[in-house]
Design a protein around this ligand. Structure first.
Ligand SMILES: C[S@@+](CC[C@H](N)C(=O)[O-])C[C@H]1O[C@@H](n2cnc3c(N)ncnc32)[C@H](O)[C@@H]1O
Length: 239
């Protein structure tokens, strides 16, 4: 094959990470099923990320009446459900058929739509969203797929819309190996750590509104998810 399009180049680069280290494309087995069936896994939770609650309380994230939201890599749907509970018409998309089935079963108190799909390679139905959120998907991408992610994000986020993201915090979790080394070694080391500056640089088309490490819970019964190795950032797409 001779590369003639950007998509073909990205496909060729995907080949560097064959062998199971890339958790962001379909393969013969679904690695996420193994993760989500572990009852002791932190993501096997029904609680929303604590930063979502804080953004809502600070007025950075509005109530969702009449608005739409997309949760990229929604997993078992804990953040999609919270967005729906705030009034958003919320859609969760995930590569894992297992996760999507589970997410649909876990819906109890709010309406949300869950779709099995590849955010990087398939266009999202419902054209454009007022808010897009990603907790834990982006940090698993191989470096070249950040470009696919950005294109997909800009294709589905409305001008003036909000984009929130939660990733491994550089220095606390995730690989800090540079991109060239990642390509050379063909391994993603379980995900990449990102600093607030990294995210501002990558999402330079968007206006930064906030960035924060996930804080500890205020009390044991606060209805939120947190771990000390994640941090979150919020952006707005300029009009
Ligand atoms: C670390 S899990 C996070 C799940 C969920 N957001 C949460 O925080 O509970 C990452 C999720 O991203 C999904 N994912 C990975 N690549 C994807 C892609 N290309 N398109 C859609 N979902 C993807 C995985 O299937 C997995 O459910």
């Amino acid at each position: 094959m001779r590369v003639a399009t950007v998509e073909q180049l990205l496909d060729v680069l995907d080949g560097r990470f064959e062998g199971g280290s890339d958790l962001t494309r379909r393969g013969a087995v679904d690695p996420w099923q193994q993760i989500f069936t572990r009852t002791d896994h932190p993501l096997n939770s029904n609680l929303p990320d604590v930063n979502l609650l804080d953004w809502r309380a600070a007025g950075l994230l509005s109530g969702g009446e009449g608005l739409t939201a997309l949760d990229i890599g929604c997993g078992l749907g804990r953040n999609t459900r919270w967005l729906a509970g705030q009034g958003y018409r919320a859609t969760g998309v995930d590569l894992s058929a297992f996760a999507v089935r589970q997410a649909r079963q876990r819906i109890v108190e709010a309406e949300a739509t869950f779709l099995e799909g590849d955010f990087l390679r398939e266009s999202m139905p419902g054209s454009s969203f007022d808010a897009v959120y990603d907790s834990g998907c982006f940090h698993h991408l191989p470096p070249h797929r950040r470009l696919s992610y950005l294109n997909a994000l800009l294709a589905c986020l409305k001008p003036g819309g909000l984009f929130g993201i939660c990733t491994f915090a550089a220095g606390k979790m995730g690989s800090e190996v540079d991109d060239l080394t990642l390509f050379r070694q063909g391994k993603l080391e379980g995900g990449l750590g990102y600093s607030a500056d990294d995210l501002r640089e990558i999402f330079a088309d968007l206006e930064p509104l906030d960035s924060r490490p996930l804080r500890p819970l205020q009390s044991a019964d606060e209805p939120a998810f947190t771990v000390d190795f994640l941090s979150a950032a919020l952006f707005r797409r300029p009009l």
